[in-house]
Design a protein around this ligand. Structure first.
Ligand code: ADP
Ligand code: MG
Length: 398
């Protein structure tokens, strides 16, 4: 372990009263914008009851409650030299949430995790501790492989396992009316041996509808949308349209939730849709699939939302971008010469990106799933449940 990491772990042990009585910190495994995550051993795991796995965490069957332990069957336990029952070490992930996060945000994350407990594809919350302004969430440690190491060698067969597991997690989360909002490889811990993963990081998650700032045009049927667009009721356009970027625009700025990670934001997030749905997670899942098929990570590299729209437009073309914008009462204009009217198909794009001659039949099947996920219109985009029923899973071409 790196000396600076050791020092960091010691600081946590020293400042967080009582933490070292229960956990032995082993290493630092994640450092993000909102938290630092440590791997630790829970040295008291035997002395309290929890509905999580009681055997090796790598063992799929025991990820959930072990029946044997629930019944208190300790008889078969091995005895070590000092006469004490020999326990397998129990590893946990300690997520230290930065004090700069608002208490509401922290409460939201813990509450949603609590609501989502009991499904094996969502990493359960064991417990959480607070010491003064510091909060530590305790999760079972889930062994996984770093996406940056796996993505280049992933075969379509592997993608099938990866996405089946991810969509099962999303179907469960979405059924609860919850948007994850930050679907990306580092928030889906995938274990290639188990052929499954768990969803983590509900730091940006929210209940659908909780941040609606008025109904977006996209919630209307196409006919109504067309009518309202023409009357510029929603587009809020100045009476005489100006060319170029309007100066001293009197229109109020539209506010919409844009939480998420650059490169993974759905078009409706970029177009400031005020009625965002669980479909935004499906777009992000599509970006992961595009990364795998195109063997390029990160696939999108925009620094801000406008650049992200330019990247999107280079793929979809101006015509479809205008349509996508109009769904949310927005206007898409560009004079960038490299952005064509019609854009490109996914197949061509993946061939360029991965530098291959052509695609196999199974890759083409992956492309068909991709186009259902990276659909600009959220109403037409596949839901997690629909994605699981896609031929990619039900009728796989090997
Ligand atoms: P952040 O809000 O800082 O992104 P996350 O919850 O995404 O926090 O955790 C950051 C990283 O820590 C993850 O990408 C993963 O590598 C690691 N991690 C988080 N939870 C676990 C867990 N239960 N088991 C193993 N590693 C974990
Ligand atoms: Mg994260």
């Amino acid at each position: 372990v790196d000396p600076s990491v050791k020092e960091d772990m010691k600081k946590l042990e020293d400042t967080f009263t009582g933490i070292s009585k229960r956990f032995r910190l082993i290493n630092r495994i994640g450092e993000g914008t909102f938290s630092t995550v440590y791997k630790a051993e829970d040295i008291l795991y035997d002395q309290y009851q929890n509905d999580w796995d009681s055997e090796d965490s790598l063992d799929e069957k025991n990820w959930r409650v072990s029946k044997k332990r629930r019944l208190g069957d300790n008889v078969t336990q091995k005895v070590s030299s000092n006469g004490m029952p020999k326990k397998k070490p129990r590893y946990v992930a300690l997520k230290k949430i930065y004090v700069t996060s608002s208490p509401l945000r922290i409460q939201n994350e813990l509450e949603l995790l609590h609501d989502l407990r009991g499904n094996s594809s969502v990493c359960p919350l064991i417990t959480a501790f607070r010491h003064q302004d510091q909060v530590v969430a305790v999760l079972p440690y889930f062994p996984h492989t770093d996406f940056r190491i796996q993505y280049r060698t992933f075969l379509v067969r592997d993608m099938r396992h990866y996405f089946r597991s991810l969509f099962m997690a999303l179907a469960f989360v979405h059924k609860h009316g919850i948007l994850h909002r930050d679907i990306k490889p580092t928030n889906f811990l995938y274990n290639p041996e188990l052929k499954r993963g768990v969803l983590v990081d509900f730091g940006l998650a929210e209940r659908q509808g909780s941040d609606y700032t008025g109904p977006c045009l996209c919630t209307n049927p196409a006919q109504v949308r067309q009518m309202r667009l023409q009357s510029s009721y929603y587009t809020n356009q100045p009476a005489h349209q100006q060319h170029g970027y309007p100066k001293n625009d009197p229109r109020p700025a539209r506010r919409a939730n844009r939480a998420g990670t650059r490169g993974f934001r759905a078009p409706e997030v970029l177009f400031k849709c005020t009625s965002q749905t669980t479909k935004i997670d499906m777009w992000s899942a599509g970006v992961i699939l595009l990364t795998l098929l195109g063997r390029r990570f990160p696939f999108f590299n925009s620094a801000d939302d406008v650049e992200a729209l330019v990247e999107m437009a280079s793929i979809f073309g101006v015509r479809r971008m205008k349509y996508a914008a109009s769904l949310h009462g927005q206007i898409f204009e560009t004079n960038i010469p490299t952005i064509g009217e019609r854009g490109y198909g996914w197949e061509k794009l993946v061939i360029w990106s991965s530098c291959v001659e052509d695609l196999t039949a199974s890759e083409q099947q992956g492309i068909r799933l991709l186009s259902g996920l990276m659909e600009l219109n959220p109403n037409k985009r596949l839901s997690a449940k629909e994605a699981l029923a896609h031929e990619f899973f039900t009728n796989p071409i090997e």
